[in-house]
Design a protein around this ligand. Structure first.
Ligand code: XMP
Length: 512
């Protein structure tokens, strides 16, 4: 196992992912909690991340001294290199010659880090992002790579197994970076590389059995990837001790509710309560226009209905949730101030306190793509695993203004045509999320010599890696024309289609 000490870089998570992709389990810990983790985690090696600070500043973060005295291999990246050098007696200075983006590394000497990828005398592309730079090495180190503005861009002290690089091997713009990290964890730290989803699955199942014993577990199922994987994993671990509750708010896409019930109840034979609460949700949303009010109403009702259904099945000892690793990583925050609420995300965060139950969170250690891999390992159909994200409040936040059953039906039809065409064109997997929005605007049209006065449908499709930033998808015009024609011809109530070309930021992915 590898412990990654985080100094607040935007890309620390990528280090953990690259290490895991090479078959070695890794976790991230903020620098100020690292001391304790070094004891409990029992790592085979340590990676020091990048970070926004300058080691030349007063009170800039440091790695615990123990990092360098435990006899473990250490790899410093960017800020990690600088603090390593400073702490071991070298020197770092702020420099006017900063390097951001693509740079070239001259390999000046062979090094275990470069085994099988880079040789002395070669030049290779790397990704840099630094203002400060090392100007004097601590004792025992030698230079193995230089760039234009970093005379110590890669350094090594092989006796102690300390290595450091000024560039970022974890980002894709350092094309050989993943191999370099793999060299560190396998060849230098001696990790075996047997962390696979098959082994994770076995360990997770054993852990659930151990935690739950003969207790009963209740699990909210939405049909999204995370809750689906939790449900199937738990079912495999504890069988009938699991009850799933699917609160159907009537704001799902076309056929979605049926698909969930068929897969989990009929195919997997999971004990599933399907609560059709459509009328209740629609009733409470009647006349509500404000996006935040919609979100609050849906979130609150969801919890009420879930709790009621849980009582009906006789309660449970545990509540299962699809919490993922990015939700549990304590991020290093240097700004400290509260961030502004852009949207109140619908989740069941309030449930555990209210229901006073212990949590079962088998995905706590996984990234999203690892959850997908686990889903495949568990035999979940590809259609569920590769699904675009769908927000908890469902179609409610894709119908700006008043929500009516009629509008939901119109939107479902348009959305399903749009997605069908995206699938037919083979574009589904290239897109992070695609959906239709029904605008509360009517415009005049002419169809078959008749005047029409119907709704506008907006189409949205974005690419993204994590939903935090996004760009709109650049469809070709033929494709957009085909979708527009089909929607207007086939969906009564829509006579105009527009395409949303806003990126995030400044827009958000959903319209509300
Ligand atoms: P925004 O619209 O904030 O969306 O750019 C980012 C991602 O989050 C999804 N989303 C939600 N997911 N509950 C969820 O589970 C919600 O309340 C919610 N609101 C937005 C959105 O679909 C996109 O993938």
């Amino acid at each position: 196992r590898i412990l990654i000490i985080d100094f607040g870089s935007q890309v620390t998570q990528l280090i953990a992912r690259r290490v895991r992709e090479s078959g070695v389990y890794s976790e991230i810990v903020p620098f100020n909690n690292a001391e304790e983790a070094l004891e409990t985690f029992n790592p085979a090696g340590i990676i020091l991340s990048g970070g926004p600070n300058s080691v030349t500043g007063i009170e800039s973060p440091r790695a615990p001294e123990k990092v360098f005295t435990m006899g473990l291999p250490v790899l410093g990246i960017c800020y990690g290199e600088q603090t390593m050098c400073e702490q071991l007696g070298g020197k770092v200075e702020s420099s006017d010659e900063r390097e951001f983006g693509r740079a070239f590394l001259d390999i000046t000497d062979d090094c275990k880090l470069f085994d099988g990828i880079w040789n002395k005398g070669e030049k290779h592309q790397v990704w840099m992002s630094h203002g400060d730079r090392v100007i004097a090495l601590p004792e025992g180190f030698r230079v193995v790579g230089v760039s234009d503005n970093a005379p110590y861009a890669a350094i090594a002290n092989e006796d102690k197994s300390f290595y450091a690089v000024q560039f970022h091997p974890e980002v894709v713009h350092t094309p050989d970076g993943a191999k370099l990290l793999s060299n560190f964890v396998h060849n230098i730290c001696g990790c075996a590389g047997d962390w696979t989803m098959a082994s994770f699955k076995e360990t997770a199942i054993a852990a659930v059995r151990q935690q739950v014993g003969s207790g009963r577990v209740i699990c909210g199922l939405s049909g999204g990837v995370d809750s689906s994987v939790v449900a199937v994993l738990l079912h495999e671990a504890i069988g009938d001790q699991l009850t799933c509750v699917f609160v159907d708010h009537g704001l799902m896409r076309a056929n979605e509710a049926d698909e969930v019930v068929t897969l989990f109840r009929d195919h997997y034979n999971i004990h599933l309560v399907h609560k059709d609460a459509s009328d209740l949700f629609h009733g409470k949303l009647d006349g509500v226009n404000d996006p935040e009010k919609k979100r609050k109403i849906i979130g609150g009702l969801f919890i009420d209905v879930f709790e009621e259904e849980a009582k009906k099945v006789g309660g449970a000892d545990f509540l299962a949730q699809g919490t993922l690793y990015p939700d549990v990583i304590e991020s290093v925050s240097f700004t400290g101030g509260p961030s502004v609420t852009i949207k109140s995300h619908h989740n069941v965060g309030g449930l555990p306190e209210r229901m006073n139950m212990d949590l079962v969170e088998p995905l706590r250690e996984l990234f999203k793509d690892e959850v997908r891999a686990l889903g495949r390992e568990l035999g979940l159909p590809e259609a569920f695993i590769g699904r675009h994200p769908f927000p908890g409040p469902g179609l409610a936040i894709r119908i700006p203004g008043d929500i009516t059953q009629e509008k939901c039906d119109i939107l479902r039809k348009a959305d399903s045509i749009y997605l069908q065409e995206i699938r037919n064109a083979g574009l589904y997997d290239a897109i992070w999320q695609a959906f239709a929005v029904l605008l509360p605007v009517r415009t005049v049209g002419v169809m078959g010599d008749e005047r029409t006065y119907d709704y506008v449908c907006a189409l949205r499709a974005v690419t993204s890696t994590d939903g935090m930033t996004a760009d709109y998808y650049h469809f070709d015009h033929e494709f957009l024309s085909r979708v527009s024609t089909r929607i207007i011809n086939e969906v009564r109530g829509i006579n105009r289609v527009v395409y949303d070309i806003t990126s995030k930021p400044p827009g958000t992915i959903e319209w509300e």
